[in-house]
Design a protein around this ligand. Sequence first.
Ligand code: ASP
Ligand code: MG
Length: 586
Amino acid sequence: MALVVQKFGGTSVADPEKIKAAAAKAIARHAAGDQVVVVVSAMGHQTDILVDLAKAITDRPSAREMDMLLSTGEQVSVALFAMAIHAAGHKAVSLTGAQIGIRTDSTHTKARIRSISTDHVKGLLDSGAIVIAAGFQGIDQNGNITTLGRGGSDTTAVALAAVLDADLCEIYTDVDGIYTTDPRLLPEARRLESIAYDEMLELASLGAGVMHSRSIEFAKKFGVKVVVRSSFKDLPGTMILAADQAVCRPVSGVALAKDEARITLEGAPDQPGSSHALFSSLAESGIAVDMIVQNVGQGGRAGISFTVPEDDLDNALDRTRAVAASIGAEGVSHDGGVAKVSVVGVGMEAAEGVAGRMFTALSAEKINVHMITTSEIKISALVDRADGPAAVRAVHKAFGLEHGDGGPPCGAAGALPKSSPLDVVRRLEGMEDLAIEDCLLDSSQALVTFADLPDTPGVAADVFQEVGRAGLVVDMIVQSNPRDGHAEISFTVPAASRDKAIEVATRIAAARGATVADVPHVSKLSITGVGIRSHAGVADRLFMPLAQAGVNIDLVSTSEVRLNVVVAAEHGEKSLAVLRKAFGLA
Ligand code: ASP
Ligand code: MG
């Protein structure tokens, strides 16, 4: 007998007929001998309708009352779902978040789960009932109803699967799985048989949009086996698994984040503390910063660029301007009309020429790249919003994603040991907290920087094509936001390839009137874990201790699951010690 959590999204329970069809799926599972917990979203667009209703009353509804209102959507759907099961002659009990015992913090409209009690649900399951749980909601310590943020039913489902030690968590939705890119944007997009948690994390908040990122964080943290499949078609869907179980490819998918805005703190003093001042202020106001790119800096000044969701632009600009004035930066610039295109793949680390291929594809479409940032499994480029769809098309094609689902499974690392229910309960305290897995130091790299490259389409492509042709294995790539028509691109290579890299770089630069600077030995520090991007303030938890230790940061790049900084080689060991302490790592 297995325990299965089935989650049905709004479109899967949009009307009574669909509710009956979904109920039939739960009944079939139960009849096959499994215990079944169903997590349901509000019917159709009910949550949007409720949001509009609130807006019709006031521009500024209180967050507590918003939660009171929004939680009713799921209360309606669970009751109807249970009735549908009863009508078919089976046992079911519907429960609200509070009745289950889903405890959250008090951050109304985006609460985080603190703990879940399992006794009540288990008792009902053992009595032979199907349990219908309201998604998206919980209760804080004072008994207030809270909600988990839009799309939060996925998180409820995966969290319940984790605490109940379920064998499988099925996410039923209106798409039949995870695609190589958004099929509405690109008809050639193909369904993936499997995808790694990290790939999904990198893709989820990048615009793949199929599942709530936080639910994947949970799944990864607790090793929950998730499958995303269609409610309406009988297809296998896509399994979301640990990296060593999913199919490994240099690039699995391409994502577009359309509504980004870019802000640059221009000419910040290039000294310890500038980044800390900026990112602590942004974190205080709860703004989740996405791409962070800091250039190498000249004449004692560096530019720090970052992106935020466009909705947060005004707020973030106010904060940045205040910081600029207080630390004596030269100014603040911004651009509200940008989009981020990313390629993601757990096999990227071992593959060569991925960057070159991506930038060449963009250049062939004459798409200008404003900023670049990389992690081990992702390359992101910031482009004009209008270029976004064409960029996705070009990159998808360049990696042949419309064909085969190829490649051997990735290396042996990564499978989580099966945790006992007790373990899970013990870890529940602060369950959604940021989980920092490790802090790594790599002092084997050299840093090469091009200054004054002309900011025209194709520059990055030319650079990384030539770099690739020369057989150089590039690790981190950062392109800062151009200033006065000139871009700065930095990359790191193994220190042993430094001479060759300089030779190639000098040749590339000479042909373009640019200059090359290099640091023969640098230290790269990587913080890895889950929740790195969705937790405002992670960046600052890294910048603050470094600033206090007097360490200047040369280069920064970010992703969902990783934050990399490059510092002078002589600061490597000290920085590692400081960061390990700051993040409570042994
Ligand atoms: N009903 C909520 C929403 O629309 C939660 C969910 O569907 O996951 O955001
Ligand atoms: Mg939904």
